[in-house]
Design a protein around this ligand. Structure first.
Ligand SMILES: CC(C)(COP(=O)(O)OP(=O)(O)OC[C@H]1O[C@@H](n2cnc3c(N)ncnc32)[C@H](O)[C@@H]1OP(=O)(O)O)[C@@H](O)C(=O)NCCC(=O)NCCS
Length: 183
């Protein structure tokens, strides 16, 4: 399904998105602060990743979207919600291509997916984590209405280095709807 916000179209990923994903997620600065994007981003990795997502979507374990600009359809990034086993809660992950940073796109996408999670998927909780050294993702979570819940010292390994994590979450009751971005 599609979600429209003020400026964005969140739509299903297509195999034809692979070159955009390889180009944008292939930037070291995008890979560096994500838990799962490898660097360098080799040929074929994007296609394999899109196919692996489709299997999880089909199994009901994942809801994810290409983040595209409504005005011209340009591909900006990806946002996904990994559902927990009981399907009552899910973990958000997202990235936006570097040329499009600091224009509010991640915030707009995260807010829309949280609303979708509560209003359509009827989840009880949405949560996310970012590396402590990546405060801009923390700002996104705060601006989208998520609340800081904790800190995990050296919890995740990335490129052979232990990373500290900041944890955020929100329930429907806590979710104070900011000015609407859904049209
Ligand atoms: C994190 C990321 C998704 C943010 O996307 P974005 O579209 O630029 O986010 P937004 O424009 O909605 O918001 C960014 C906020 O961070 C702030 N920010 C940017 N750099 C910052 C820094 N070094 N320290 C603190 N805040 C910073 C911006 O000022 C903005 O906040 P503001 O609106 O209050 O001014 C993007 O940088 C990205 O994809 N990074 C690589 C992948 C990644 O880290 N994904 C998240 C994994 S948890």
């Amino acid at each position: 399904m599609n979600i429209r916000t003020k400026r964005l179209l969140l739509r299903p990923l297509k195999l034809s998105d692979a070159p955009d994903i390889q180009r944008l997620a292939g930037d070291r600065d995008v890979a560096s602060t994500t838990r799962n994007i490898e660097h360098p981003y080799e040929d074929g990795m994007a296609e394999n990743w899109i196919k692996s997502c489709q299997e999880k979507i089909d199994a009901g374990d994942l809801v994810n979207f290409a983040v595209a600009h409504q005005a011209d359809g340009s591909f900006l990034g990806v946002i996904g919600l990994h559902l927990d086993e009981d399907k009552r809660s899910g973990e958000l992950g997202y990235w936006i291509g570097k040329p499009f940073w600091n224009q509010g796109y991640a915030t707009e996408a995260v807010e829309a997916v949280i609303k979708h999670s509560f209003n359509k998927l009827e989840l009880d909780r949405v949560y996310a984590a970012h590396f402590t050294r990546n405060p801009s993702s923390g700002r996104v979570m705060q601006k989208a209405g998520m609340l800081h819940e904790g800190f995990l010292k050296g919890h995740t390994e990335k490129c052979g280095k232990l990373e500290d994590l900041e944890l955020y979450g929100v329930t429907p009751e806590q979710f104070e709807t900011p000015p609407s971005t859904e049209s």
